[in-house]
Write a protein that binds this ligand. Sequence first.
Ligand code: NAP
Ligand code: MG
Length: 471
Amino acid sequence: MFEYAPAPESRDIVDIKASYGLFIDGEFVDADSSFKTVDPASEEVLAEIAEADATDVDRAVTAARKAYESVWSQLPATERAKYLFRIARIIQERSRELAVLESIDNGKPIRESRDVDIPLVAAHFFYYAGWADKLEFAVRDPRPIGVAAQVIPWNFPLLMLAWKIAPALACGNTVVLKPAETTPLTALAFAEICRQADLPPGVVNIVTGAGETGRALVEHEGVDKVAFTGSTDVGRQIARSVAGTAKRLTLELGGKAANVIFDDAPVDQAVEGIVNGIFFNQGHVCCAGSRLLVQESIAEELLDRLKTRMATLRVGDPLDKNTDIGAINSAAQLEKIRTLSAAGEEEGATRWSPPCELPDRGFWFAPTIFTGVAQSHRIAREEIFGPVLSVLTFRTPQEAVEKANNTPYGLSAGVWTEKGSRILWMAERLRAGVVWANTFNKFDPASPFGGYKESGFGREGGRHGLEAYLR
Ligand code: NAP
Ligand code: MG
């Protein structure tokens, strides 16, 4: 055996200010109240963040309207594209800084923010920059909608921002975006990037705050389009408040994906896919493979290998380059994960985690699996949004489909089998927006993403993602 030597990424590259204002009309402005954002790995307060109230939101929407009418919708599309390309390049240039900042504010491992989040953020801006002057190949007579109100969650803070802002701007809209309360820092770094790129003032506005700020934004009469990513509960409230108005709406909500493993699947690869499916980003992933459906004949062998693999996962400092599982994003989220896991035990499922030392400070949860799970259990039905996997078994493909679809959600699914014909057979029957075959959690800006049923409606990414921002 060897001694473990940590390999932490340096924090020196980021310069976190003591306090941040709102980004309205190209300037950072103060607000009457503020809140703190913390590093979930240490509970250290990182900065004081301005909290936008309804008056601030109104100023942001007014700035976005003015920028829409006087500048952005008037620019030739090739000019809009130049700004987006410039933003994409600045993101690449500042990628190490953005990755470190994201890991500090969110708790995700640097390996993921560096190799997944930030490269995808840049890729998204490049992709939609390319569309800006080619919109007539996507829809007939493309025209922007106007001012977009965008509200995003904390699990992929900068990536969700990119998914929202890049297509909106490419299509000629202006935006007011509210990041999540616990992860505002990369959105504020993005505001600086907008200035660095000389983006005309008011085209992008960032209003930080909590749920109330989000509500004021989506309910504002001056917005033409609402784009929300977050929980199904809040999505429902927003759908109600937007109903009966002329606002356009897209909702990207929760999920409870099945990851289906057939007996002819390559077992080692499947184990990697299961680990990636549920432990990537601490399981704070809307499309996480949180329900493992394994064919009965290989269940024992597969679970043995999965446990062996889980015992090698390293939980701890998000900035350590060896870390596989970082911090849970907030005390509130940790509490939710604990409550649902306790419910799993009470309902009779068997809980297992590898031996694993957790740091004293900060919010942590060991990778966990539940076996002996019934479809009626809460851990099989509700989104846990943490590193917790529920294991169910099936005998026939038909049973796999029925169990996989037995959920109010329909965002994603995984199928592991050697047979191409079976992949197609499954993909046709699974009610999920994305079906991955022999892989999981693969993203590309060219590929549309979105759900069925209570996972929401509308698609982000790809040519389909443009439709949400065009009349
Ligand atoms: P959430 O509570 O719904 O929050 C999402 C955003 O909405 C946050 O910015 C939140 O503000 C804001 N918000 C809260 N109440 C609001 C209201 N009444 N009106 C307007 N905005 C309001 O969700 P979360 O727990 O942070 O995020 C996890 C959820 O997002 C999971 O269910 C996950 O599946 C889903 N998700 C879906 C996708 C997808 O593409 N389908 C992607 C990622 C995440 P504060 O948090 O600042 O209070
Ligand atoms: Mg934070």
